[in-house]
Design a protein around this ligand. Structure first.
Ligand code: FAD
Length: 462
């Protein structure tokens, strides 16, 4: 006989609630469950893995875990970049992979209701079949909607559609004690007390387990134009951005890539830029613009306006790509992370500053890189003020100083430590050191109200 709170008793209760095959231990736990994609987080095997199929099972897991005081680490697809889904040796990893049903596509209300394990790729295909789109597109389409909600995922289309928190209308979630709750729904307005949906979005599994997501969907526009635009200087790009957005046409994508980064990204997917050597040599950085419209005539008009304006704003040229090249360029940009990883980047910084501060920010980053003898490459969502930096600095102490200085300066400019990758375990030390102490204390009190025992994703965020 084992005692009531032994690991064996815990597993026995879990198995009787979920069934033998939905609880994995020992050699049955695949290595996939030991990590996410953060460059710096080590791999760690959990004590056990639970794979629930229903909200009731998630609730049972939380009840059992809280009774036994076992930490729970939620996991979507494990594509996160901040160590948020990395388990601890004493934790139960709850994988949402089997909760992968698209419950409803409600065309009348422009809403879809999905389980958290549905991936963006699967959702996009289902919506395309009925002429709709869910517009939040982080670079990794294998990521899950539950993970997107928990990290408040952004991506390239945020300049037009905002991030996950702007598209989620309702959630069903399970608290640490097993209580099942719903907040929000198929409506766009509510002034009915504190907004729990918005509190849970971006909470990285530390407040609740997300079991159902209600999102906005949009009619899928049929016409798009993709431009690759070389510039001779970074300030020229930064100055161009507000002018472009000031036309009243919001591009679907407005991305910045430095010349070194773009050539590495293109080489990875075999994309020939089709740019003359003269321009290639003169170009320091590129804008990548996608316009999207419901009719060819309005798209043509917008493309012309943008092309003329870009040339006036100092672009070396404007390359309008055909469909195949446009798809390749998008693939190249989406693969930026894999290029950085393959080249040996030691860490990523995902800072956001007010858009107009980008030139000042980039100038400071250049001087931090020079002073610390680090190589720092940049690409990112320039339309949102969010640049992703790959930091190449093998010395851990120096790297810490470099990142701390970058984040500190971002905050000083009115920005924020992470725009979309989240804090997880890997940016936690910077959050705790650099954020306002009173704000951190309030966050701790919110965490305690949701999860008094502290069993939901301990050691993450706060
Ligand atoms: C190549 C590449 C490109 C990327 N590009 C972008 C980008 O452009 N923009 C962007 O925002 N991100 C990007 N990411 C990061 C990543 O895809 C997102 O963070 C994504 O939202 C993670 O989803 P996931 O399902 O993989 O979550 P996981 O990695 O499994 O988990 C992420 C966090 O969510 C929590 N969590 C997961 N499911 C639940 C749930 N059901 N309930 C409660 N908590 C949960 C986990 O505990 C963890 O804290 C990129 C990643 C890669 C590898």
């Amino acid at each position: 006989m084992h005692d009531e709170t032994s690991p064996e008793a815990f597993l026995e209760e879990l198995r009787s609630a979920l069934g033998e095959r939905s609880v994995k231990t020992g050699e049955d736990i695949s290595d996939d469950y030991s990590h996410d994609e953060a460059l710096t987080a080590g791999w760690q095997r959990p004590f056990a893995v639970a794979i629930p199929s229903t909200t009731e099972q998630v609730s049972a897991i939380a009840r059992i875990a809280s009774r036994h005081g076992v930490p729970i680490v939620p996991r979507g697809s494990g594509t996160g970049l901040s160590g948020g889904a990395v388990p601890r040796p004493d934790s139960l990893l709850v994988s949402f992979e089997a909760m992968d049903e698209i419950i409803e596509i409600d065309e009348a209300n422009h809403v879809a209701v999905v389980q958290p394990g549905v991936t963006l790729a699967v959702l996009d295909q289902a919506l395309a079949e009925v002429g709709f789109v869910y517009p939040v597109f982080p670079g990794e389409l294998g990521s899950s909607l539950g993970g997107n909600v928990a990290t408040n995922a952004g991506g390239m289309r945020a300049v037009k559609y905002g991030v996950t928190r702007h598209q989620v209308l309702g959630l069903e979630f399970v608290l640490a004690g097993g209580e099942i709750m719903r907040s929000g729904g198929k409506y766009v307005k509510s002034s009915s007390g504190y907004d729990l949906v918005q509190l849970i979005i971006g909470s990285e599994g530390t407040l609740a387990l997300v079991t159902e997501v209600t999102i906005r969907i949009y009619p899928r526009p049929g016409f798009s134009a993709t431009m690759l635009v070389p510039f001779a200087s970074l300030p020229a790009i930064s100055n161009a951005v507000p002018e472009l957005l000031g036309t009243g046409v919001t591009p679907l994508v407005l991305e910045y890539m430095d010349a070194v980064g773009l050539s590495a990204m293109s080489a990875r997917v075999g994309f020939e830029l089709g740019v003359s050597d003269a321009i290639k040599n003169a170009a320091k950085a590129y804008l990548f613009v996608i316009l999207e419209e419901n009719s060819q005539s309005s798209l043509d008009a917008e493309t012309e306006t943008f092309s003329e304006l870009l040339l006036e704003l100092g672009a070396l040229d404007v390359f309008l790509l055909n469909e195949a090249s446009a798809a390749k360029l998008l693939e190249a940009r989406e693969g930026a992370f894999w290029v950085s990883k393959a080249l040996g980047a030691n860490d990523l910084v995902d800072v956001v500053v007010p858009r107009a501060e980008i030139p000042a920010y980039l100038e400071r980053v250049n001087s931090i890189a020079a002073d610390s003898e680090s190589f720092i490459s940049a690409a990112g969502h320039v339309g949102d003020g969010n640049i992703h930096f790959s930091i190449f600095q093998p010395d851990e102490t120096k790297r810490y100083e470099v990142i701390r200085e970058m984040l500190d300066f971002g905050l000083a400019l009115g920005g924020s430590i992470s725009a979309e990758h989240g804090i997880g375990s890997e940016k936690r030390k910077y959050l705790l050191e650099l954020e306002d102490a009173d704000k951190l204390e309030l966050m701790r009190r919110i965490k305690a109200a949701f999860d008094p025992q502290g069993i939901l994703n301990p050691g993450k965020v706060i």
